[in-house]
Design a protein around this ligand. Structure first.
Ligand SMILES: [Zn+2]
Length: 404
């Protein structure tokens, strides 16, 4: 299994050179190679990983496991791994797996990555991978096989149990990815890290079709913003109540499928261009009473708790400025690298309809006008002749944007 943590590797043998005891973001992974079990550590110091033989494990310090802390002392090399895990439950499972291994149980590693999920009929056939997907029960083989598929262009992970998507998938030049009908993780940790593959350079430049129908989505993950080449986005049959304005930043988007959701409005910002196909059928398109949008309320709640003395925001808080710069520069990052409160900003940010400046709700007025999405082929309910299109307008005190 895999855990994500902050890790300090301490040398227990005094060394002449300076002991580097810096804490690094790391992945710890249990592995089985030729019948022997290892803990593999990868981080910025060991991008290719360093292996610790579990047979050399002398002591497990687990007293503070409830505080997400654990220590692993090895005889060879004489080192201590000081772990602060991101997720308590994952650390617990990791600990129990180590104990099972030490007790000589035959531990099958990585079975959670049910590879029948990777219906490899869609893998390119020229990659010379003859192993049937159901044979992949080992996380290591799973990863390596995928990484060897240098030409993998299409990946279909439909209708399967998807507790995670290995982040390494983002290193492959995949053009088409579907996770439609799959069961997404329930644990907070896995939910938080689920979209990390979208932050990898390769897939950011190659993915053109992403299908996420029927996966119980309540909001679009903001990481799709990093997929610069995305042309077709399908998220039909979900529970989306809104489409974030940031999708207007994705200049290559051409086909949108959002049928069978709970949308109450359509972003006006994407109506300045004509899409090939848009499907908005079977959505209520009814604005909530007093325009109380749930995602906006969530944002306001968080931001009010951070309110500063000058609440007229003449001087913008650094968090706002840095957030604007994140969007303007569109540099992929992992969501764990920014404060959780900033995640909410993506749901509400947009550009002023007139001057095109990026705006958070604190600086704008949210308005609606009526119309239809602009598309060559528009799929809508028969009786729909117009829907509310939401737009933003700069506001400073009581003055609105005047630029035209
Ligand atoms: Zn403006």
């Amino acid at each position: 299994m895999l855990i994500q943590c902050s890790l300090i590797i301490q040398n227990l043998v005094p060394q002449a050179e300076k002991n580097n005891s810096q804490s690094l973001r790391s992945y710890l992974l249990t592995k089985k190679v030729n019948g022997k079990y290892y803990v593999r550590v990868s981080n910025s110091t060991y991008p290719n990983g360093i292996h610790y033989d579990i047979a050399m494990l002398e002591h497990i310090y687990y007293k503070f496991i409830k505080e997400r802390k654990m220590g692993l002392e090895f005889k060879e090399p004489r080192q201590m791994l000081l772990i602060i895990a991101d997720d308590k439950e994952m650390l617990h499972s990791f600990y129990h797996q180590l104990i099972d291994i030490i007790n000589g149980k035959n531990v099958i590693i990585g079975t959670r990555h049910l590879l029948n999920m990777a219906n490899s009929n869609n893998y390119n056939n020229n990659i010379g991978c003859n192993t049937k997907p159901v044979d992949f029960v080992d996380i290591d083989r799973f990863n390596n096989s995928l990484l060897n598929m240098k030409h993998l262009g299409k990946l279909v992970l439909e209708n399967c149990d998807l507790p995670t998507i290995p982040v390494q998938i983002g290193n492959l030049p995949i053009k088409y990815l579907s996770i439609s009908g799959s069961k997404l993780p329930t644990s907070q940790f896995n939910q938080d890290t689920f979209w990390n593959w979208m932050s990898m350079d390769t897939i950011c430049g190659t993915l053109s079709t992403l299908k996420m129908d029927s996966i119980g989505l309540k909001s679009l993950p903001f990481e799709i913003l990093f997929l610069k080449n995305l042309q077709t986005l399908s998220a039909a049959k979900n529970m989306l109540t809104y489409l974030p304005h940031f999708i207007a930043e994705m200049k290559k988007l051409d086909c949108l499928f959002f049928g069978d959701n709970l949308l109450s409005y359509y972003p006006d910002s994407i109506c300045c261009k004509i899409f090939q196909k848009v499907d908005i059928s079977n959505n209520p398109f009814q604005l909530p009473e007093y325009h109380v949008f749930e995602h906006l309320v969530k944002y306001v709640d968080v931001f009010t708790s951070l309110k500063r003395p000058d609440d007229d925001l003449i001087v913008k808080p650094l968090s706002h400025l840095s957030f604007y710069s994140l969007i303007n520069n569109c540099v992929p990052f992992k969501r764990q690298d920014i404060p959780r409160t900033l995640w909410l900003y993506f749901d509400v940010v947009g550009r002023c309809m007139l001057c095109k400046r990026l705006l958070l709700p604190d600086y704008c007025e949210i308005r609606h006008r009526f119309g239809l999405p602009t598309a060559i082929s528009l799929t809508k309910d028969q009786r729909t002749t117009r829907i509310s299109r939401q737009y933003l307008l700069c506001r400073i005190s009581d003055k609105f944007c005047v630029k035209r």
